[in-house]
Each structure stands twice: as structure tokens, then as C-alpha cells.
Write a protein that binds this ligand. Structure first.
Ligand code: CP
Ligand code: NVA
Length: 308
């Protein structure tokens, strides 16, 4: 069973194969309408369930459109409208869903839910974000970087702000794709220690630099994300904002990175909080390409899972 649960749990050759396939599919459909089917229809006759226990714009739409371009069909479900949200176990949900659909993508809270679903499903499961990681996002981010600047290997990637789920997946990618990673944020919001260890064990240099202006010096890529994730308590907002304000990505900060540095944000953004609009809409920013590449990358992830 080829689940896509995390970047660090997927062999690097498979990750590379998916990026190449995604890029090929992107270029093959250049200039065609967004709803136009791909020439190959590898998901014809296949049903994909997209389960959301948290809100989503990009993940929901890019998976749905991607499945359709590949000739498949989707069921978009929210946890609260399923029995899953009313006491049915994750394991039983996995067993039942496996009788109806060929592939399950889930966005959920605890990583344990994802792992339990994958353990009991007899069809592949894709992680569409948990409190702990967001691997589909990072596949798109690596693809976006490489489309603009070539190989990401050996590049300096800086994360500014909260060491959250997206940050953890980027650390996993540092280990798998061989780039250097600098984290710049307050100690209380440091990234997952296991993700840091994974990156280091796999040869990536991981640096913690508390001063953002030192962290971004010479950076090839600067990445940030919301200061309050969907799984964070809303009551933590003010404290986090106070802690994270020094790490806001401004035009002055970007000016300290390499002249051709890129800026990324997985979105949704809170403009003028984690990054200014001047940066988000500025010359370094590739945030909307990044959103587009979710589609291309995930089509490849689904094909890899299904072996089609
Ligand atoms: N980046 C991302 O996953 O966006 P959504 O929450 O809109 O899916
Ligand atoms: N870190 C954010 C990412 C949203 C795509 C969250 O988990 O809410």
C-alpha cells in the first residue's frame, strides 16, 4: 500500500519521481482550459474521497480539480457531516470507506487520526494536513522553487515565524532533497525536534538564528506562515502576535536575502501580520505559483499512490 503520509516517510526517489511527473503534467496541459481533461486519464473509473475536518480552499479545490483532470470522480466530505464526527471510530470509517472509494485524502487534527485511518484502510491515504505536518504543501513548494530557480539541493532556505506543521514538513524536505534550513523564530515556537533531527541525520545543515536579519543573510528562499494555525487555541492570538512580530517578513528583511531570493507562503495569509503586502505582492514573491503547483504536485502524488 502506497500511502502518502509524510515527506520523511516517503523514499526520496519516489518524491523526486512525483515532482518530475507533476512537472510533466503541468507542461503537457499548458494553454488548455482549467477544466480540460489531461490526455492520459489514469483515474478513469476511480473514486477519490476528500475528507475535511478543518477548513480549506487550496487543498479542497486543487485535489478536486486534479482528480477531474485525471478522469476520476470525487466525494468531498466534512468530518462533522460524517459519522466520524459523531462517535464512529476512525478504524471503522477507514474500513467502510475502503469499500466505496479507491483513494482517501484527509485533513484532520491529530496525526494519530491520519495514522489510524491509514492502518485500517485497504486503499491509499494521503495527508492533506494535520496539526503536525503538511506534506502536499511542501511537494508543491519544492516544485515551485525548482521551476523558478533549478535544483533546490544545497540552497539556503529560511523559515521565519512559528515552527508549525508546514515548517516540520519543510524540515523533512531539507533531509530528503538536501537543502540547508535556517529557523528564525522565538524559542517557545521552535520547530518539532524530531523533524530537526531527521533533517540533520539526512545531511542537511539546520541552523537556529533568533535574529531574523542574521537568519536571512544570503537566503535563496524565505518562507513564512500564519502566526496562529487552525489547531492553535484562538486565545493564544495576542501572546503569539507579540512573540512573532519581530519575525514579520518585510521588504527590508527580504533585501538582506540573496538578490534573486524567492518568497513563499502556503496561504491563507494574514496580510500585514506574518508578511507585508509589499512582500507578498513584490518581486520575490511566488505565492500564487505555489498555490497553483499544489494541483500539479498532488496529481502526481495520487498517481504514485495508485500506481497509475
Ligand atoms: N495551503 C493550504 O493548504 O491552504 P488551504 O487551507 O486553503 O487548503
Ligand atoms: N499552519 C497552517 C497552515 C494552513 C494551510 C494551519 O495549520 O492552519
Amino acid at each position: 500500500m502506497k500511502h502518502f503520509l509524510d515527506v520523511h516517510k516517503t523514499p526520496p526517489e519516489a518524491l523526486r519521481e512525483m515532482l518530475e511527473a507533476g512537472r510533466a503534467m503541468k507542461h503537457a496541459r499548458a494553454g488548455r482550459g482549467k477544466a480540460a481533461p489531461d490526455d492520459a486519464q489514469p483515474l478513469a473509473g476511480r473514486m477519490v474521497a476528500l475528507i475535511f475536518e478543518k477548513p480549506s480552499t487550496r487543498t479542497r479545490v486543487s485535489f478536486d480539480v486534479g482528480v477531474r483532470q485525471l478522469g476520476g470522480e470525487t466525494l468531498v466530505l466534512t468530518g462533522s457531516e460524517m459519522q466520524l464526527g459523531h462517535g464512529e471510530t476512525v478504524a471503522d470509517t477507514a474500513r467502510v470507506m475502503s469499500r466505496y472509494v479507491d483513494l482517501i485524502m484527509i485533513r484532520t487534527f491529530e496525526e494519530a487520526t491520519l495514522l489510524e485511518l491509514a492502518e485500517h484502510a485497504s486503499v491509499p491515504v494521503i495527508n492533506g494536513l494535520t496539526d503536525a505536518s503538511h506534506p502536499c504543501q511542501i511537494m508543491a513548494d519544492v516544485m515551485t522553487y525548482e521551476e523558478h530557480r533549478g535544483s533546490i539541493a544545497g540552497r539556503k532556505v529560511v523559515w521565519a515565524g512559528d515552527g508549525n506543521n508546514v515548517c516540520a514538513s519543510l524540515l523533512h524536505a531539507a533531509g530528503q532533497f538536501g537543502f540547508d534550513f535556517t529557523f528564525s523564530g522565538p524559542e517557545t515556537l521552535d520547530p518539532d525536534a524530531a523533524a530537526v533531527a531527521f533533517a540533520r541525520e539526512n545531511g542537511a545543515t539546520v541552523t537556529i538564528a533568533r535574529a531574523p536579519e542574521n537568519a536571512v543573510a544570503g537566503a535563496d528562499l524565505v518562507v513564512t506562515d500564519t502566526w496562529l494555525s487552525m489547531h492553535d487555541a484562538p486565545g493564544a492570538r495576542e501572546r503569539r502576535h507579540n512573540q512573532l512580530r519581530p519575525y514579520q517578513v518585510t521588504a527590508d528583511l527580504m533585501a538582506k536575502a540573496a538578490p534573486d531570493a524567492l518568497f513563499m507562503h502556503c496561504l491563507p495569509a494574514h496580510r500585514e501580520e506574518e508578511a507585508t503586502s509589499e512582500v507578498m505582492d513584490g518581486p520575490h514573491s511566488v505565492i500564487f505559483d505555489e498555490a497553483e503547483y499544489r494541483l500539479h504536485a498532488q496529481k502526481a502524488v495520487m498517481r504514485w499512490c495508485l500506481g497509475v
